[in-house]
Design a protein around this ligand. Structure first.
Ligand code: ATP
Ligand code: MG
Length: 275
C-alpha cells in the first residue's frame, strides 16, 4: 500500500499476524491496556515498556494486548544495528535515479493508527532512540530527515517497547527512560498458570509431560534460575518428538531427561522432579 505524505509517496509495511493466545497473568495485561487508554480529550496514551527475562512472554503479551484492541499490529525488531532511518523511512533505489521511500513498521503503525511493538528495544543505540523522542511525548510526531517530511501519529497509534534484562544491551538515556512509562514487569507464573501456558502452547502434549515440565520449571523458579516457559515449551516439544520417533521402548522420564539435558545442559538436571 502506498500513501501520499506531503507529496512524498510512502510504501507501507504489512501488519504481523501471529496466532497467539495470552493465558492467565491478567494483571500485566490490564496494566498494559490501561497505559494505552485515553480517558479525556486532554489525555494522551502512555508508552509502556514490558520487562522480564528472555522467554517469559513479553512479545506475546504485547501482541495479545494489541489484538484485544482489535488494531493492526506491527512488530519492529530492534537490534544494535538499527539506525534512526530504519525506524522511520528508508530510501530504496528503484531503477535509474529513482528512489522509493519505504515506511518502517513503526511508521506504518503511526500512519494507520495501529500498534507498534518495539521489540527488544534495549538493544537499540541512544542515537536511534533520540529520533523517537518527539513521538514519545505530547508532540507525537517524528521527522524523517531522509524523506524531508514530518509525520504526525494517528490518534489511535499506540506503542509498546519490550526489553529483557540480559547484559548485551544499552542503558537508556534518562530522557528516553522517562518517556517509556509505565514499566510492566512479567514475573514467573504460578504453577497453575504455568501449566495452562504449557497446555496452550503444546496442545498435543499429554498431561504427564505437562505436569513434569511444570514441576521442573517451578523448582527452577524457586531457585531463581533464569529458565522460562519458553525453555519448558522446548523441553516438552522435544520430549514429545523423541518418543514419537523412538517409540515406547523409551520411557517418558528418560525422554524428558534427555530433552532437559539437550535444551538447558547438565546444570538443569538438578531441578528434575522426583518420580
Ligand atoms: N501468558 C502466556 N500465555 C501464552 N503463552 C505464553 C505466555 N507466556 C509465555 N508464553 C509463551 O512463551 C514463549 C515465549 O514467549 P515470548 O517470545 O513472548 O517471550 P519474550 O519475553 O518476548 O522473550 P525474549 O526476551 O527472548 O524476546 C512463547 O511461545 C509464548 O507463546
Ligand atoms: Mg520477545
Amino acid at each position: 500500500m502506498v500513501v501520499d505524505i506531503e507529496g512524498v509517496p510512502l510504501h507501507l509495511a504489512h501488519p504481523d499476524e501471529i496466532p497467539v493466545q495470552w493465558v492467565g497473568q491478567e494483571e500485566v495485561m490490564r496494566q498494559l491496556l490501561a497505559a494505552w487508554l485515553v480517558v479525556d480529550p486532554q489525555d494522551l496514551p502512555m508508552n509502556p515498556r514490558v520487562l522480564g527475562k528472555p522467554g517469559v512472554g513479553k512479545t506475546t503479551l504485547a501482541y495479545a494486548a494489541a489484538r484485544r484492541l482489535g488494531r493492526e499490529v506491527y512488530i519492529m525488531q530492534a537490534t544494535v544495528d538499527t539506525r534512526p532511518e530504519d525506524l522511520l523511512i528508508t530510501p530504496v533505489i528503484e531503477g535509474a535515479g529513482r528512489l522509493r521511500y519505504v515506511a518502517s513498521p513503526l511508521m506504518t503503525a503511526m500512519i494507520r493508527g495501529g500498534v507498534v511493538i518495539l521489540d527488544e528495544g534495549n538493544r537499540m543505540s541512544e542515537k536511534s532512540w533520540a529520533s523517537l523522542a518527539p513521538l514519545l511525548d505530547n508532540r507525537r510526531y517524528v521527522e524523517s530527515i531522509v524523506a524531508g517530511i514530518k509525520i504526525k501519529a494517528h490518534p489511535l497509534f499506540r506503542l509498546v517497547a519490550t526489553m529483557n534484562d540480559d547484559a548485551s544491551t544499552f542503558d537508556l538515556p534518562e530522557y528516553i527512560h522517562s518517556r517509556l512509562q509505565p514499566q510492566i514487569l512479567i514475573d514467573f507464573p504460578e504453577r497453575e498458570e504455568e501449566y495452562a501456558i504449557l497446555r496452550e502452547n503444546l496442545p498435543f502434549g499429554d498431561e504427564q509431560i505437562l505436569n513434569y515440565v511444570t514441576d521442573f520449571l517451578q523448582q527452577a523458579h524457586a531457585a531463581d534460575e533464569r529458565y522460562t516457559v519458553r525453555d519448558g515449551i522446548n523441553i516438552g516439544r522435544f520430549a514429545v518428538k523423541l518418543r514419537r520417533l523412538i517409540g515406547d521402548q523409551m520411557r517418558l522420564r528418560e525422554a524428558l531427561h534427555v530433552a532437559i539435558l539437550e535444551t538447558l545442559g547438565e546444570e538443569a538436571l538438578r531441578y528434575v522432579p522426583r518420580a
